[in-house]
Design a protein around this ligand. Structure first.
Ligand code: EPU
Length: 339
C-alpha cells in the first residue's frame, strides 16, 4: 500500500536535520504501488523526483519543489547457497545496519566492516558505501530496480554497475532516474576478515582477536568514538571524498605534512586523507554561524542546531578554497547537494 503525503516536512528525513519540506512524499512498498499511485494521481508524473533512502547523504539548500520517493521495499530471501557462500536478496527499504547484523549473526562474512553506516539498502550500491578497507561492491552480485527514464524494470549485474570510489552508474548516469528495488549480496560462510585499516587492528587486539563478531563490534566502537550520531547532532558522515592526487604531489604533501596518511592507487595515483588536510589547516572544531567542523573528525560537517543548508555549504566552500590555496588539492563533495 503506498502512502502519499502533501507538504511534507523533511526535518526528520535528512540526517543534517535541516528544516525543509517537499511538495509530496510518496512511499511505496512494491512496483505495483508505483503504478497504482500514478494511475490515481497522474499529475505526480510531472513532479521532479528525488529518491531518498535514509537521507544520510543529502544537503538540502531549500524546500524541494517536487516529490520525494521513498522505496520501502522490505524483506530478505536467500536466492542461492552452497557450502561456501550464500546469496541474499534484500529489499531497498531495509535498514543497512540491520542487514549487517543479520549477516554477522548468521556467521556470514563480507559486510562486517560496513557496520553502523546509516541509511537503507537501496543507497548502498548507488553510493558504493565503504569503510575500514571494504567497499560494498565487493559483496554486490546484482542490483534490481525501476528505470523511470526508460519506464521499465532493470537488473544490473555487478560489472554493469560501474562501481568506483563512492560512486556507480546509478549515481553518475541515472541519479534519481533509477530506483533500486532490491540488491543481491554474496556473503561467505568461511572467510578472512579485513583488519588492516587504521585503528581496527589495535582495537581488535584489545577485544581478544579478529573474529567476525569482534570486527563488527570494533568498527561500531571506532565509529561511535569518532563520528557524531546524526540522531543527536545533524551530519552526513564524510562531507568530502578523500582526494586522489599524483604520486609526485602526494610525496610533496607528505614531506610538508609528516604523518599524512596516503593510500596508493592504480595508475601512479595516491589517495590522501582529506580529514588530515582539513585538520592541519586548522579547521577542526571551527564554528561558522550554526554550522561547524566536527571536533573529533574534520571530514564531517555538523549542524549545531537550526543551521540552513546554505550555511553548511558556505562553510564547505570556505574549506575547499583554503585547502586549494594551502595545499593545491581540490576537495570534492561526497554529500549530494539538493537545490
Ligand atoms: N585524520 C586526522 N584528522 C581528522 C580526521 C582524520 O588527522 O580530523 C586522519 C586520521 O587520523 C587517519 C586519516 O586521517 O589517519 C583517515 O581518517 P579516518 O580513518 O577517520 O577515515 P577517513 O579517511 O576520514 C574514510 C571514509 C569514511 C569511513 C572511514 C573508515 C571517505 C570520504 N570517508 O574516512 O566513510 O568510515 O574512512 O574507513 O572515504 C562516509 O563515507 O560517510 C564515511 C564516514
Amino acid at each position: 500500500m503506498y502512502k502519499l503525503i502533501p507538504n511534507f516536512s523533511l526535518k526528520y528525513n535528512n540526517s543534517f536535520g535541516l528544516d525543509v519540506a517537499a511538495n509530496y512524499w510518496l512511499s511505496i512498498g512494491d512496483q505495483e504501488d508505483w503504478i497504482l499511485a500514478m494511475e490515481q494521481y497522474p499529475h505526480l508524473a510531472e513532479e521532479k523526483k528525488l529518491i531518498v533512502g535514509g537521507g544520510s547523504n543529502l544537503l538540502f539548500l531549500a524546500d524541494f519543489d517536487g516529490m520525494i520517493l521513498s522505496p520501502d521495499f522490505s524483506g530478505y530471501s536467500i536466492t542461492y547457497q552452497d557450502g561456501d557462500s550464500v546469496e541474499v536478496e534484500v529489499g531497498a527499504g531495509v535498514d543497512w545496519d540491520e542487514f549487517v547484523a543479520h549477516c554477522v549473526g548468521n556467521g556470514w562474512y563480507g559486510a562486517e566492516n560496513l557496520s553502523l553506516i546509516p541509511g537503507k539498502v537501496g543507497a548502498v550500491p548507488v553510493q558504493n558505501i565503504g569503510a575500514y578497507g571494504v567497499e560494498a561492491e565487493k559483496i554486490i552480485v546484482r542490483v534490481n530496480g525501476y528505470n523511470f527514464g526508460k519506464q521499465t524494470a532493470e537488473c544490473y549485474e555487478h560489472d554493469a554497475c560501474r562501481f568506483s570510489y563512492r560512486s556507480s552508474l546509478f549515481k553518475e548516469q541515472w541519479l534519481n532516474q533509477f530506483m533500486v528495488t532490491s540488491v543481491v549480496f554474496r556473503l561467505w560462510k568461511q572467510g578472512e576478515v579485513v583488519t588492516g585499516y587504521g585503528d581496527l587492528d589495535r582495537t581488535l587486539r584489545d577485544m581478544g582477536g579478529p573474529t567476525l563478531a569482534n570486527v563488527r563490534n570494533a568498527v561500531i566502537q571506532i565509529r561511535e568514538a569518532k563520528l557524531p550520531n546524526p540522531k543527536k547532532i545533524g551530519n552526513a558522515g564524510s562531507f568530502f571524498k578523500n582526494p586522489v592526487v599524483s604520486a609526485e604531489q602526494a610525496a610533496e604533501l607528505a614531506e610538508r605534512l609528516p604523518g599524512l596518511p596516503v593510500y596508493p592507487q592504480a595508475g601512479n595515483l595516491v589517495k590522501v586523507a582529506a580529514g588530515f588536510l582539513i585538520d592541519q589547516a586548522g579547521w577542526k572544531g571551527k564554528k561558522v554561524g550554526r554550522a561547524a567542523v566536527h571536533d573529533r573528525q574534520a571530514l564531517v560537517l555538523v549542524n549545531l542546531g537550526g543551521a540552513t543548508g546554505e550555511e553548511i555549504l558556505g562553510l564547505s566552500q570556505a574549506i575547499q578554497q583554503d585547502i586549494l590555496e594551502k595545499f593545491g588539492v581540490v576537495l570534492e563533495r561526497e554529500v549530494q547537494v539538493v537545490c
